[in-house]
Design a protein around this ligand. Structure first.
Ligand SMILES: Cc1ncc(C[n+]2csc(CCOP(=O)(O)OP(=O)(O)O)c2C)c(N)n1
Ligand SMILES: [Mg+2]
Length: 582
């Protein structure tokens, strides 16, 4: 006898669409509202990575989007599952990272009637996403995924939310039965009216759902800067004696293009500062890349090209660039290109593609060589100062020396996730990210707590990489529980915790200005033992002498598939003196 194939339930439809869009992994924390999506995805070979906090799931989807260029996917349950994601969603929005968050919701007929976990989700989520897609019919489930994928990565990338009520996800027979039971068998007029109403409601839910529409992978809309702007920028560069290039995360949203962007930058021959996700773009040894004294270089430059970098606090709202300099801003967002300062050339479009187009027409001017040398000399001077700072010895570990050691010890395939305050800022000056996209930080939102989720996303996108989380001891507290996730899923990340027993970046200014360290003091907590408690490996380091062996051991353990936490007791340092965090 030929049994007819089982009918696809709503969860199957979502899963089939995700698969068609190339999704290989979903980050989640379970809930009855989304169970059918998880089981159906698993049945189709999509890896389900279940974490211990919904924020982690979204941070992981964010990281996976940044590294693959394809939207990352997280699924969370209705109500508190969704409210727990808000910080991570906002972080992704400000970092312009394309991700898709699938959220459960109360049954369609019970929304607003006091159902479990039922809240008005749109007003909470809508401000943080490109679109809030509310599903009302089973037939809309697959097309909603198509729409979300096209939207998330188009234009200025960002998160998209799909709200899936639970009664659209389970199989039709059960749902019809559930509504029939709810309608009861009463004979009063009210009972009959309710039955009529619910019956009509169910018919609408399943209307036209017989044959699911085939998933459609739509073209992503990639904005390109006009030819006029490319020509104007090339002409401005040709006139410049001291041009400077600053490249930010947005220039790498087309992750697969990283090598082409790097080639274009090399061809342009302009000295360059890299920030955010662009930090490893040119590898460790490029002649053109400067790492220090950016503010001074910007003041001296007569032509500044900001590729995917807005004039926000990081450029002192545009004041770092000399008034008389020609400013070229390449940005997918017209608003960001003009933020706080009107550029002479606004190239509205993908900054990476703009650099590639510009490299074809621009020519390296011979006089730039001395400008590059001048900046390089200054960079080298700063490196010598850093060496001096690394030599200082105290009772415990000097963070500058620790990162000098990590720079030597870490593999060529090291990926660095930055989560913390001063400790991380020190790393950003001392470490040389190895490859394009090999440095992940939260971005403009400055969110503490991204570490575990980012590392999870990175480790799954780059299974061959050695993933380090550079953690402040304060920051590590948010996601320490995810060592449980790393162990259960065999994710071999290495957390390097800079344990200075405090929220030092805040304490530094607070004590100086307000003479009180209240709320900034932590203990030398045994974070390595916490990780060991979850089944990972924990290593305690208290002296500089122990550092090289500890780093080597951590790498070896990670290579054998283990997650590791290295808890390093730090000495106070003046390295970050004077930098403020407001
Ligand atoms: C979610 C969140 N809460 C608070 C802050 C404010 N903040 C910025 S840096 C910092 C201190 C970080 O301490 P730690 O991670 O230990 O790094 P340290 O500065 O001590 O090296 C704090 C609390 C923030 N950026 N994000
Ligand atoms: Mg600290």
């Amino acid at each position: 006898m030929n049994a007819s194939p089982p009918k696809l339930h709503g969860g199957d439809r979502v899963a089939a669409s995700l698969l068609a869009h190339g999704v290989r992994c979903i980050f989640t924390l379970c809930g009855g509202h989304i169970s059918p999506i998880l089981t159906a995805s698993k049945a189709r070979g999509i890896r389900i990575v279940d974490v211990r906090d919904e924020a982690t799931a979204v941070f992981a989807a964010d990281a996976s989007a940044r590294l693959s260029g394809l939207p990352g996917v997280a699924a969370v349950t209705a109500g508190p599952g969704i409210t727990n994601t808000i910080t991570a969603l906002k972080n992704a929005q400000l970092a312009q990272s394309p991700l898709i968050l699938i959220g459960g919701a109360a049954p369609t007929a019970l929304q607003g009637r006091g159902a479990l976990q039922d809240i008005a989700q749109r007003p909470l989520v809508e401000p943080h996403v490109k679109r809030f897609i509310k599903i009302r019919r089973v037939r809309e489930l697959g097309p909603a995924v198509d729409e979300a994928f096209a939207l998330a990565a188009s234009g200025v990338p960002g998160p998209v939310f799909i709200e899936c009520p639970v009664d659209l996800l389970y199989d039709e027979v059960s749902i019809r039965q559930w509504y029939a039971d709810a309608a009861g068998k009463g004979t009063s007029i009210a009972d009959r009216a309710l039955r009529w109403y619910l019956n009509r409601h169910v018919e609408k839910m399943f209307a036209d759902s017989e044959r699911p529409a085939a998933p459609q992978v739509r073209e992503v809309d990639v904005p390109r800067a006009s030819e006029t702007s490319v020509k104007a920028a090339a002409a401005a560069l040709a006139r410049a004696r001291k041009p400077l290039l600053v490249i930010g995360s947005q220039a790498l949203v087309r992750a697969d293009d990283a090598a082409k962007v790097a080639e274009a930058v090399a061809k342009l021959g302009i000295p360059v500062y890299l920030s955010g996700m662009a930090r490893g773009l040119l590898g460790r040894h490029s002649r053109l890349q400067m790492r220090h004294q950016r503010r001074q270089a910007l003041r001296e430059a007569d032509c500044v090209l900001l590729a995917g970098v807005p004039c926000d606090f990081r450029l002192d709202y545009g004041k770092h660039v000399r008034r008389s300099a020609t400013l070229i801003a390449a940005n997918r967002s017209a608003k960001d290109a003009r933020l706080n300062r009107r550029p002479d050339v606004a190239a509205i479009g993908d900054a990476g593609l703009f650099l590639q187009a510009l490299a074809q027409s621009a020519r390296v001017a011979p006089e730039w060589a001395s400008w590059v040398d001048q900046l390089r000399a200054r960079d080298a001077e700063r490196e010598v100062e850093i060496d001096h700072q690394a030599e200082k010895r105290g009772e415990f570990v000097n963070p500058v020396a620790l990162f000098r050691a990590l720079e030597r010890e870490a593999g060529d395939n090291a990926w660095l996730v930055a989560d913390g305050g001063d400790f991380v800022a020190t790393a950003s000056y001392v470490m040389h990210p190895r490859a394009p996209l090999s440095w992940l930080d939260p971005g403009a939102f400055g969110t503490l707590g991204v570490g575990a989720g980012f590392a999870l996303g990175a480790a799954l996108c780059r299974p061959e990489a050695e993933v380090w989380i550079v953690y402040g001891d304060g920051a590590c507290g948010y996601g320490l529980v995810e060592f449980d996730t790393f162990v259960r899923h065999g994710i071999p990340v290495i957390a390097l915790v800079g344990n200075d027993a405090g929220w030092t970046q805040i304490a530094r200014e607070q004590v100086k200005m307000l003479h009180d360290d209240v709320a900034t003091v932590l203990a030398r907590t045994a974070y390595h033992e916490v990780a060991a408690g979850f089944g990972a490996e924990g290593i305690l380091v208290r002296t500089m002498a122990e550092v090289p062996a500890a780093l080597a051991r951590a790498r070896a353990l990670a290579r054998s598939g283990k997650a590791v936490l290295v808890n390093v007791w730090l000495d106070p340092t003046e390295f970050r003196e004077g930098s403020i965090s407001m």
